[in-house]
Design a protein around this ligand. Structure first.
Ligand code: KIV
Length: 268
């Protein structure tokens, strides 16, 4: 892959427009960043899932901005080509857009190309503030892990008419505010496919069906090293593979071919 060029926002937009699927995985350190890059992963997400995966906590809420800056720095030291997104942690963007700017700037300085925040509606003002000041933003809609308590647990979002209408409205508001990417978690496949088809920006899905512009999974889940029961949308890509590199390449191949996820198996 010597002629490979670093991933850019226009290239991701082009992939969405032409139906070329986008492969994304979470990543938290330099060693995996280098391996995932080599395997052809388009986007590395320094997810605040590191609270669960690396820190053994019960939720993403206790993850600090310092944690995110540290792991973003580690990933940026190992990567060459992939687009890098870093999560704004729970207590780093809710109080004011100025606070969101400071938090985002810290992540960009550590090596992020884009920041991700959770929720629709009230976040639009923040998305506009960051986008207008040159920080690309991804908006995470559907099931939002940082607000699991308010949502009443790990529940699929947008199932009924009112929920679907809300998803559509919040997606449009986010894009109008300048969001350059959307991410849907645990959303009915038909709804996610319908919104993606009309979306001017890429929509990455996790438990949102094969009709999204691309897919993301938590790295440790798809390598089957997360203890305990996995969500329905996870597939074990280590099964039948003799190396981590082969497992990640298998994931990239299946996402690109549109054979993962299978709506009836991994979707809602
Ligand atoms: O933090 C994370 O890993 C995420 C994924 C679930 C998309 O936001």
């Amino acid at each position: 892959m010597t002629d490979r060029k670093p991933m850019t926002l226009p290239r991701l937009a082009q992939m969405h427009a032409t139906g070329e699927k986008i492969a994304m995985l979470t990543c938290y350190d330099a060693a995996f960043a280098s391996l995932l890059d080599e395997a052809g992963v388009d986007i590395l997400l320094i997810g605040d899932s590191l609270g669960n995966v690396l820190q053994g906590r019960g939720s993403t809420a206790p993850v600090s901005l310092e944690d995110m800056v540290y792991h973003t720095f580690c990933v940026s030291r190992g990567h060459k080509w992939a687009w890098i997104i870093a999560d704004l942690p729970f207590d780093s963007y809710h109080v004011s857009k100025e606070e969101a700017w400071k938090s985002s700037a810290a992540l960009v300085k550590a090596g992020a190309h884009m920041v991700k925040l959770e929720g629709g509606g009230w976040t639009a003002e923040t998305v506009r503030f960051l986008s207008e000041r040159g920080i690309p933003v991804c908006v995470h809609l559907g099931f939002t892990p940082q607000t699991v308590n308010a949502l009443g647990g790990f529940k699929v979002q947008g199932r009924d008419e009112a929920g679907a209408a809300r998803m559509k409205r919040e997606s449009q508001e986010a894009v109008e505010a300048g969001a350059a990417m959307l991410l849907y978690e645990m959303v009915p496949a038909a709804l996610a496919a319908e919104i993606t088809a009309a979306s001017p920006v890429p929509v990455i899905g996790i438990g949102a069906g094969v009709g999204c512009s691309g897919q993301v999974l938590v790295l440790h889940d798809m390598l089957n090293i997360t203890p305990g029961r996995k969500p329905r949308f996870v597939k074990d890509f280590m099964a039948g593979k003799d190396s981590v590199l082969a497992a990640v390449k298998g994931y990239v191949d299946e996402v690109k071919a549109g054979t993962f996820p299978v709506n009836e198996v991994h979707g809602f």
